[in-house]
Design a protein around this ligand. Structure first.
Ligand code: ADP
Ligand code: ASP
Ligand code: MG
Length: 410
């Protein structure tokens, strides 16, 4: 007998029939003798609709009230799921974030989980009840309802699994596992049976939205096994048909490249002819950091006549703010002009085996050169190789690289 947390994403609870289908999976696990907690997302599209309501009342609405509204999608699903389970003869009860309580800080719309006080929930599970927790939401110290950021129900599920000391957290979604790249972009993508936390963390933070990055961080910190699997297949999680995300297995040879992710909505900014003197990087990036602009890649080109060009990438949403900051700081930085473009994408290769294989980068550059795709910036770390290219080449580059690294489904 195990204690399992089953999370159902938006598509998995997209309408009442699907909620009933998800309830059947929960029942199958309970009938096998497992203790089960369920975490649900809002029905597909509901969170977007709620955000739309907030925006149409006021573009600059209060963050507290924003969360009061957008957290309600999950509240509905939790109640409906508990009813569907009761209809199947199971003992079930819904739990809103504040009822658990799942405590967070007060950063509305991207709150961080501080503590999950799951004692009452656990007691009832041990007594044979199925606890259905609303994902995505929590409660701050001042009693306000908070939400955890888009895709946050994954993080709710892992946090609950950790608090309950569950044996595994199963994430039911609309694909049957983690793929070598987004299966919607490349039909040759293949399912990865087992991926390490470290690789999954890089995949998620570089755009593979199948798991929210913070859920992987948390699973890694507490060594919580996570499985990604399909809500549409007949099998349930105990049959282990999905992708298992766990600690790396030292006894196995790691792949040179395990997966490829992409991050759209990037912008590239170049400061042309910056005075080449000590302290210039601080003069550029200090004010940007203080304005809350997150910098990703940085490239400095060797210049002449005591000037240099500094290029960096940021999220497209931050572009206007970044330009404003740089204009304001013009006298401190000393540059000729700013050149900025937003039609760029970052493609990242991820693989634990990069540590021990040579030639990963050469293959990437040759493959892109072959397709006449220009590289604007390069980034490397222990298990990642990232390049910035024009957005229009996203699909072409992904597919070519997928083939070049031998990842195409057989
Ligand atoms: P849910 O609503 O269940 O949380 P999401 O839409 O958040 O589901 O995540 C599932 C989606 O993630 C898939 O439909 C797929 O398009 C996308 N995705 C992106 N990269 C990958 C990948 N490498 N493997 C699997 N799915 C991926
Ligand atoms: N409903 C929230 C969202 O759409 C949280 C989630 O589904 O994980 O982002
Ligand atoms: Mg999701």
């Amino acid at each position: 007998m195990s204690l399992l947390v089953l999370k159902f994403g938006g598509t998995s609870v997209g309408d009442v029939e699907r909620i009933k289908n998800a309830a059947a999976k929960v029942e199958a696990e309970v009938r096998r003798g497992h203790k089960v907690a369920v975490v649900v997302s809002a029905m597909a599209g509901v969170t977007d609709q709620l955000i739309g309501y907030c925006r149409s009342v006021s573009p600059h609405h209060s963050p507290r009230e924003h969360d009061a509204v957008v957290s309600t999608g999950e509240q509905i699903t939790a109640g409906l799921m508990a009813m569907a389970l009761q209809q199947r003869g199971l003992n079930a009860r819904s739990w809103q974030g504040w009822q658990v309580p799942l405590m967070t800080d007060s950063t509305h719309s991207k709150a961080r989980i501080m503590d999950v006080k799951a004692e009452s929930l656990l007691k009832r599970i041990q007594d044979g009840e199925v606890g259905v927790m609303a994902g995505f939401q929590g409660i701050a110290g001042d009693g306000s309802v908070t939400t955890l950021g888009r895709g946050g129900s994954d993080t709710s599920a892992v946090a609950l699994a950790v608090a309950l000391k569950a044996d595994r957290c199963d994430i039911y979604t609309d694909v049957d596992g983690v793929y070598t790249t987004d299966p919607r972009i490349d039909s040759k993508a293949s399912k990865i049976p087992h991926i390490s936390y470290e690789e999954m963390l890089e995949m998620a933070s570089r755009g593979a939205k199948v798991l929210q990055t913070r859920s992987v961080e948390m699973a890694m910190r507490y060594h919580m096994p996570v499985q990604v699997l399909s809500t549409f297949a007949n099998a349930v999680g105990s049959d282990l048909p999905g992708t298992l995300v766990t600690d790396g297995d030292d006894t196995m040879e790691e792949n040179m490249v395990t997966g490829i992710a992409y991050t759209r909505d990037q912008a590239k900014v170049t400061l042309v002819k910056v005075a080449d003197r000590p302290g210039v990087a601080a003069a550029v990036f200090g004010p940007l950091a203080r304005a809350g602009v997150n910098i990703d890649m940085i490239v400095q080109t060797a210049g002449d006549n005591n000037t240099t060009d500094i290029t960096f990438t940021i999220s497209k949403n931050d572009l206007d703010r970044a330009k404003q900051v740089l204009e304001t700081e013009r006298a401190n930085i000393h540059y000729d002009h700013i050149s900025a473009s937003s039609g760029v994408v970052k493609i990242s290769l991820i693989g634990g085996g990069m540590r021990s294989h040579a030639g990963v980068a050469a293959t990437m550059f040759e493959t892109l050169a072959d397709k006449k795709i220009n590289i604007h910036a390069i980034e490397t770390s222990e298990i990642v190789l990232g390049v910035l290219i024009a957005e229009e080449y996203t699909e072409l580059a992904l597919r070519a690289l997928h083939t070049a690294y031998g990842l195409d489904a057989k």
